[in-house]
Write a new protein. Structure first.
Length: 361
């Protein structure tokens, strides 16, 4: 029986300014979807029958409401999978919320719409009333728990492992197209190419070695893969987090270090001294209530994110990513005296003198 596959939405490749050096471009491609470390990702399950999309019935033409609500058993399984990822000791954490406006990740269970997720911080581009993740079949069925782990992997910034240019897979293209065109997927040729046959940029993948055991790897029936020879009879990943999966997420989201963040004092610059993909965290205790500006300086590509601490956890306030531009990241936010704020700066790459700094004023 053909497996059900995750179907990522087709998206245009990012466009960067011409003339960027190879090292700078590589850093931008690899890190552009990744969250800043220390982020608390809030997730929300659509919980009312009215949550869903209005869809015309193909036979009657009558508009019917499609529910995005999942059963308690399916929701509990997804909760367990979030905890499994967090249990690796990563610097991200996951908190369920009841208000969708507080959630970066909004999860539906629409049957027949496939299972999919936005990738990393692409979730921030989705409207508050829309899903960033969907599960299109019963996750509690035998062998389907890996689907939840897989989609959460996408939410962390991971892509499909079989599309790695390091895999060396030689496909029987027409066999793949024919298989995916039938049940249970019913994919178009474009969707099949985008999610299976298309090769990713080397800088987008989890590492320089293909991992056939990855949770981000699809299973494939016999006859779809011609090479490597050992997979002609089929490829059947175990549906678990592999060692390489764990190494990848720990590398991008390492546990918090001690001592904690430095204080960012208004009108006093703080040198960053960061290498590629490294991050610096700061706390801001505003001396007065007003609009503040937080910005970086120097020859570097960086993303700056400002969080406000509420109920003991950081909530996303505003951000700017200057990756690939000639400008430094600058954000404006109204900060309130007596409240606690966190500024996180993640560097893609630096050039020139390599000296970078951040300031609040």
């Amino acid at each position: 029986m053909t497996a059900r596959y995750c179907s990522l939405a087709q998206a245009s490749a990012p466009v960067f300014a011409p003339g960027l050096g190879a090292e700078r471009l590589s850093a931008l491609i690899s890190g552009r979807r990744m969250w800043v470390n220390g982020t608390v990702l809030h997730y929300y399950f659509f919980d009312r029958d009215s949550d869903g999309s209005a869809t015309p019935d193909p036979e009657t033409g009558h508009v019917r409401q499609v529910s995005w609500v999942g059963s308690k058993e399916q929701q509990d399984l997804v909760r367990e999978c979030f905890q499994e990822w967090h249990g690796l000791g990563v610097g991200l954490s996951f908190v369920e919320v009841r208000d969708r406006s507080e959630a970066e990740l909004r999860i539906g269970f629409q049957r027949g719409d496939g299972s999919w997720s936005t990738v990393g911080k692409d979730a921030l581009q989705v409207g508050l009333n829309d899903r960033t993740m969907n599960f299109g079949w019963d996750l509690t069925a035998p062998g389907e728990r890996g689907t939840a782990l897989h989609e959460i992997g996408h939410a962390l910034g991971m892509l499909h492992e079989h599309q790695s240019p390091f895999a060396g897979i030689h496909w029987d293209d027409e066999a793949v197209y024919a298989d995916l065109a039938g049940p249970p997927n019913f994919w178009s040729r474009d969707k099949t190419f985008f999610n299976i046959l298309r090769k990713l940029d080397p800088d987008e993948v989890n590492g320089s070695v293909w991992d056939p055991h990855s949770i981000m790897e699809y299973p494939f029936a016999a006859g779809m893969i011609l090479e490597p020879e050992q997979f002609r009879a089929g490829l059947n990943p175990p549906g678990l987090l592999s060692r390489a999966d764990k190494e990848f997420v720990r590398r991008w989201y390492p546990p918090a270090e001690t001592p904690g963040p430095r204080e960012l004092v208004p009108f006093r610059s703080a040198p960053l001294r960061l290498g590629p993909a490294e991050q610096a965290d700061f706390v801001v205790e505003p001396p007065e209530t007003r609009e503040y500006t937080v910005g970086t300086f120097g020859d570097g590509d960086a993303v700056v994110v400002v969080f406000e601490e509420r109920d003991g956890e950081p909530r996303y306030l505003t951000a700017q990513d200057d990756g690939g531009t000639p400008h430094n990241a600058t954000v404006k936010a109204r900060l309130v005296k007596g409240r606690h704020y966190v500024v996180r700066v993640r560097l893609y790459s630096s050039w020139g003198s390599g000296e970078t700094a951040v300031m609040c004023w």
